[in-house]
Write a protein that binds this ligand. Structure first.
Ligand code: OXD
Ligand code: MN
Length: 586
């Protein structure tokens, strides 16, 4: 399959350690995929769904203790602890290699070892990166085929180069006490043991495309970000692109597949990516983005014809459903999809009816769907150079404090705004209302190095070009005194995006506040939105007292990083403090 001696030696070395019964080099073909699926159907790992209604779709139920990313078991093993930073769990690389080598010893006995070559990014792109995942999980292998450009194309792209990320994965015994997801950013290696769950096991995604890639991007002068990429085409046929970073449960996939409201006749929204963006400057001085993935690994619950028709259309065929419920007539089901089925089997394998106490689908149940099936996938999805980005949008879920939208004064201020992005927990979720969780650039679980150094890298990237994207912050989740959402969200977010694009083009007015620019009255098009100008004023309100307490939280965050926190970030903090005290209390 390959003449790459470095790769062959590594595969031999891993086989000697893990002692599989067989070794299978994946070519990424449909025939190979079909064969793996039918073997899994035969041994019960997968269930075939109704092939009339769900052609090419299969169902998998994972171990009930293995349904999510495990941040407390995820480690960054850099030589120096300070390089991982307080934002990560640090592990000594040689100690962890030794420990994991012990766990991998003989772990594939009686199993097939799959060698999965994959390419993150279009095969034709000079910015794409090759990785090799070695895994004993056929489930992981088929998911990798949907989520990445997997197989022969990736191997050809690699050629005889030694430049590839080495990812070693075994489900082990799926024992939560022996489950570790370790990253070695300096040597571009990943070792993941004991989990079959997506983010822990599909090593191309969070492990490679974010944790390893973020460190590599810093070394090489580019960026790997937890961002969707969205194109907005005007009725005149001009398309502008934005990237947006939101923490979990803030509607990233929905925004990536936004459906413009009826009043926006002639506008089209194109999805380039829903989770990860790799960005670098091109010769034109602009920052261009590619989506390193080729599929969506989306949260199923809440996905419906109403909330996200394009996501639903993407997953109607050739998709894998993990930990949703399955109906008695072989269809996947999850809360929020529509009418509950009279009878189903829940995510744990127990009989379920609408009268049952627990949820039918696990809240983190997922669909794995090919991106090319998305009805609004961008024509530029596979473009070697990616797409030029006009704006970065950060956001979080804040009941108060953050207005619907504001624009940072300049790049450095924008970096500060992104660094302070946070989401508030609700009483329903945690029992404690208004606990602010900082999730800088939505990268808290994914930044493969010290956040202080990461912010320094962001600052450096902005200084490289006059044409760096403009930076904004949005909050779709502002609530009124009754706890109801004030902004209708979903497709209506187009109205805010239009203002963002106009600001980038210098075509919209803004009002200066202590935290940034907000739209001037009448500048966000509200026709047909059901929101009046008075409500809009509330949505854009910046309350100095609320921001004073926000400021205290920001200081606490910055202090954690000691000398690693760039001076520019403290300058931004002091400037914000001054602007707030200049306006005083109300
Ligand atoms: C994801 C995540 O799966 O952010 O995309 O957890
Ligand atoms: Mn994500």
């Amino acid at each position: 399959m390959t003449t790459n001696q470095t790769l062959k030696s590594w595969v031999d070395e891993v086989a000697t350690l893990t002692k599989p019964e067989k070794i299978h080099w994946c070519d990424g073909s449909q025939a190979e995929y079909d064969k793996l699926i039918s073997e899994m159907v035969a041994d019960g790992t997968m269930q075939e769904l109704d092939q009339q209604k769900w052609p090419g779709c299969y169902y998998h139920r994972s171990a009930s203790n293995d349904v999510a990313r495990v941040e407390h078991l995820t480690f960054i093993c850099s030589e120096k602890e300070e390089d991982a930073g307080p934002n990560n769990n640090w592990g000594n690389p040689s100690e962890w290699k030794q420990k994991l080598t012990g766990l991998f010893d003989g772990c594939m006995a009686g199993r097939t070892m799959y060698v999965v070559p994959y390419c993150m990014g279009p095969l034709s792109s000079p910015y794409s990166k090759v990785g090799i995942e070695i895994t004993d999980s056929p489930y992981v292998t088929v998911n990798m085929r949907v989520m990445t450009r997997m197989g022969e194309g990736a191997l050809n792209k690699l050629g005889d180069s030694t430049d590839f990320v080495r990812g070693l994965h075994s489900i082990g015994q799926l024992d939560p006490d022996n489950r570790y997801i370790c990253h070695f950013p300096e040597t571009r290696e990943i070792m993941s043991f004991g989990s079959g769950y997506g983010g822990n096991a599909l090593l191309g995604k969070k492990c490679h495309a974010l944790r390893i890639a973020s460190a590599q991007a810093r070394d090489e002068g580019w960026m790997a970000e937890h961002m969707l990429i969205l194109g907005l085409e005007s009725p005149q046929g001009e398309t502008k692109y934005v990237c947006a970073a939101f923490p979990s449960a803030c509607g990233k996939t929905n925004l990536a597949m936004l459906e413009p409201p009826a009043e926006y006749k002639g506008w089209k929204a194109w999805c380039v990516g829903d989770d990860i963006a790799w960005l670098r400057y091109a010769d034109d001085g602009r920052l261009w983005a590619i989506n390193p993935e080729s599929g969506f690994f989306g949260v199923a619950p809440g996905t419906s014809e109403k909330s996200n028709p394009s996501a639903l259309a993407s997953l109607r065929k050739n998709s894998i459903f993990t930990n949703t419920a399955i109906t008695d007539d072989g269809q996947p089901w999850w809360e929020g999809l529509g009418e509950p089925p009279a009878k189903a089997t829940d995510w744990k394998g127990n009989p379920w009816t609408p009268a049952s106490e627990g949820k039918a689908a696990h809240p983190n149940s997922r669909f794995t769907a090919p991106a090319e099936q998305c009805p609004v996938i961008s024509p530029e999805f596979d473009a070697a150079d990616g797409v030029p980005i006009d704006a970065f949008i950060f956001g979080g879920r804040r009941a108060r404090v953050a207005p619907l939208v504001f624009q940072a004064f300049d790049w450095n201020h924008g970096v500060y705004v992104g660094a302070m992005a946070a989401s508030e927990t609700t009483a329903a979720a945690t029992g404690a209302v208004g606990v602010v969780r900082r999730d800088p650039m939505a990268m808290k679980p994914f930044c493969g190095y010290n956040y202080g150094d990461y912010f320094a890298h962001w600052l450096k990237m902005g200084a490289k070009s006059e044409k760096a994207p403009k930076i904004f912050h949005v909050n779709w989740f502002r609530q009124d005194d009754n706890g109801d959402f004030v902004w209708p969200g979903f497709g209506q977010n187009m109205r805010v995006l239009e203002w963002v694009l106009k600001r980038c083009a210098g075509d919209a007015e803004a009002v200066q506040t202590p935290i940034g620019f907000v739209p001037a009255e009448g500048d966000v098009n509200l026709d047909g939105s059901g929101v009046d100008e008075g409500t809009m004023k509330d949505l854009l309100d910046v309350d100095p007292e609320e921001w004073q307490s926000e400021l205290a939280g920001q200081k606490e965050f910055l202090e954690q990083f000691g000398d690693k926190m760039p001076k520019e970030m403290w300058d931004q903090y002091h400037a914000l403090a001054e602007r707030l005290s200049a306006v005083g209390a109300r």
